[in-house]
Ligand binder design. Structure first.
Ligand SMILES: Cc1cc2nc3c(=O)[nH]c(=O)nc-3n(C[C@H](O)[C@H](O)[C@H](O)COP(=O)(O)O)c2cc1C
Length: 320
């Protein structure tokens, strides 16, 4: 998720769940291949498995970007066919690609041929006035014929005119039934559902009902403890992740290494990591004090680990 699931966020989330597959923000293939945006690919091996999400619509360029991603060590290369923002429409990628399944298939074919890592697709059920009962099966059959074996379907249309990207995540109605129909039609395709899942119990029900995976976006970011800390236990029957205080303490070495990092022109800042930690105590007594201390002090020049310790102290004091 753009501006959210950067490498610091993923490092934190991986401490909470060993099993969940994590995704990068979308990186466009032109930025990677022509713009030299290699720094966007940087990640800590501890984050694995991580899928690199690419945006683009030029098969040759996407193939080059996929090679770069595979060389960096990503576990999966995912093509974005769901993002509705204007910028993305003007570059002819994202959700607008739902109208051109042959082009998406050509992109996937080129990416698959160029490198050894799995190529997957994240798509919508359709866009605008498409008759999704017809167009979605056509889209899926073309990408399956190109060699794609896993897809994540955001179970609502994107409306390319008149809605903001934010509205496009809430306004078009969810249609889970259609995703289940696709599972019937394509039993060998690994299908994950996305959109509006806010609890692990809901995710468990969708898996029990026959889907292969569930992608959780906003709820995992805003309530990482509710979703990711319990995910390994509820979904995979393994151990729960660390409690939030333990988690915060185990971020110390990472934060100190980040603050000592040489980022060229950019100064490393505490808030680049701690902005992803604001929701760790959501719903608990003192959570407001934790958030406020980190928000007020985390971005200041020279802010270091002691700010996090003080925020924990503020939380504990308020909770006592
Ligand atoms: C801030 C933000 C940024 C997003 N960026 C991306 C992105 O880069 N690529 C993508 O496929 N989806 C992106 N999305 C959409 C989510 O992946 C997801 O499809 C959507 O939020 C619906 O799922 P949810 O209800 O579980 O959040 C973004 C969503 C948000 C809120």
């Amino acid at each position: 998720m753009m501006d959210w699931t950067d490498r610091h966020c993923r490092y934190l989330h991986r401490l909470l769940s060993k099993r969940a597959l994590l995704y990068t923000e979308m990186v466009t293939s032109p930025a990677l291949v022509r713009g030299g945006a290699r720094h966007l690919l940087r990640f800590d091996p501890a984050e694995q498995p991580v899928a690199l999400q690419l945006g683009g619509s030029d098969p040759a360029e996407l193939a080059k970007a996929a090679v770069i991603g595979a060389d960096e060590g990503y576990a999966e290369i995912n093509l974005n066919c769901g993002c509705p923002s204007d910028r993305v429409q003007s570059g002819a990628f994202g959700a607008v690609l739902m109208e051109d399944p042959a082009l998406v298939a050509a992109c996937c074919r080129a990416m698959i041929a160029a490198q050894p890592v799995d190529v997957t697709v994240k798509c919508r059920i359709g866009v605008d006035d498409q008759n999704v009962e017809e167009t979605l099966p056509e889209f899926l059959s073309q990408i399956v014929a190109a060699g794609v074996e896993r897809v994540t379907i955001h179970a609502r249309k994107a409306w390319l005119q008149g809605l903001s990207p934010k509205e496009n995540r809430d306004v078009p109605p969810l249609n889970y039934d259609l995703v289940f129909e696709m599972k019937q039609l394509f039993p060998h395709l690994h299908i994950s559902i996305n959109g509006g899942v806010s609890t692990l119990e809901q995710a468990r029900d969708l898996l029990d009902a026959g889907l292969d995976g569930v992608m959780i976006g906003r709820a995992a970011y805003h309530n990482p403890v509710d979703i990711l800390q319990r995910a390994d236990a509820v979904i995979w029957g393994e151990d729960v992740g660390p409690d939030p205080v333990q988690l915060v303490l185990s971020m110390r070495a990472y934060i100190e290494a980040h603050l000592a990092d040489d980022l060229g022109k950019m100064q490393p800042k505490l808030s680049q990591v701690t902005k992803h930690m604001l929701g760790l105590f959501a719903g608990q007594p003192g959570a407001r004090h934790w958030r406020r201390h980190l928000s007020e002090h985390g971005h200041r020049a020279g802010a270091g680990w002691s700010v996090v310790e003080d925020a924990l102290a503020a939380l504990e004091q308020a909770a006592a």
